[in-house]
Write a protein that binds this ligand. Sequence first.
Ligand SMILES: NC(=O)c1ccc[n+]([C@@H]2O[C@H](COP(=O)([O-])OP(=O)(O)OC[C@H]3O[C@@H](n4cnc5c(N)ncnc54)[C@H](O)[C@@H]3O)[C@@H](O)[C@H]2O)c1
Length: 355
Amino acid sequence: MFSPLPSAKAMVPFVSVDNMMRLVHHLGIETVLAELTDTIEADFRRWESFDKTPRVASHSRDGVIELMPTSDGRVYSFKYVNGHPKNTAEGLQTVTAFGLLAEVSTGYPALLTEMTILTALRTAATSAMAARHLAPKGARTMAMIGNGAQAEFQALAMKAVCGIDTIRLYDIDLRATEKAARNLDGSGLQILSCRSAQEAIEGAEIVTTCTADKQFATILTDNMVGAGVHINAIGGDCPGKTELHRDILKRSDVFVEYPPQTRIEGEIQQMAPDFPVTELWKVVTGEAQGRRDARQITLFDSVGFAIEDFSALRYVRARLPGTDFYQNLDMIADPDDPRDLFGMLLRAKENEETI
Ligand SMILES: NC(=O)c1ccc[n+]([C@@H]2O[C@H](COP(=O)([O-])OP(=O)(O)OC[C@H]3O[C@@H](n4cnc5c(N)ncnc54)[C@H](O)[C@@H]3O)[C@@H](O)[C@H]2O)c1
């Protein structure tokens, strides 16, 4: 029988930007960051059960558009994400994203969601997970170099997960630092605005670099980095786009997400293809050592990997039932007879004409 309304099977839950913000505030941002950190860590623990591939990147003069797929054999996910450092000058964001989860058993989508906010949350949670294993014990102060869209998320995740209580901000654009300081006011963090990267890293046990530039940049030079710090390098995440002087890498123990992707995109693109790195998942499982001693420089060469997005998507999916933080989208054609797709199209026309 012809049914003009989409069936339940046609519907895919969709989380808009507005609903993502409502969900985050409903749960509390620090709770979300802490729970996301644990969710990502749980998936890093079962790293070997995932399909893995370097992300598929389409580069242009202005930026990059990337697809990031993975699957654990039961659930599949992908994220669409861009990186366009010139965008902010045009009133657009550097990074925007959306993503999807699907059931492997049927191939049917199970969730479609905005991921611009979710990417900022998951990137911060991944940084916090790495710092939990690599930062010096009792670290309380973080330098935050690059005070753009990701900055406050990074600061709050380090507070919620690692107990950071002081943030030293620096950006080449003073307005970005003022914005971050304003947004973090009342967060419980002590905030200091600095006039140079050098000033920002004074006394910091964790140094986060989170700048955006479409070229090799030197946010940190070798002489700026003292013994014992943990560097959380977020911004160098594309071929030709790095933040650290290569001499820093030579003095550091470098930890990465997925080497085949990081060797193309991360700080280590500056080094030989066999430059030694440790995979972060092995630190999480205890197979490899994280921080060994108080003088060691640890470096998380973060580029962002698909499994972190998978974790973030499954986290959001688990929190939706019983809430109104989503809308159902009529996304999947669902003819009464699965083979009669064309008939469904014809009947829709007849229905239009009788209205
Ligand atoms: N590793 C990951 O998983 C991951 C995830 C998301 C974003 N990113 C990357 O992180 C970077 C930051 O992203 P965003 O969304 O915050 O970008 P954004 O454009 O909002 O902010 C970048 C900030 O860096 C500042 N900056 C540029 N050059 C600088 C310099 N030399 N010294 C100090 N500050 C400088 C800019 O003024 C700007 O305020 C981007 O490169 C993005 O691609 C990485």
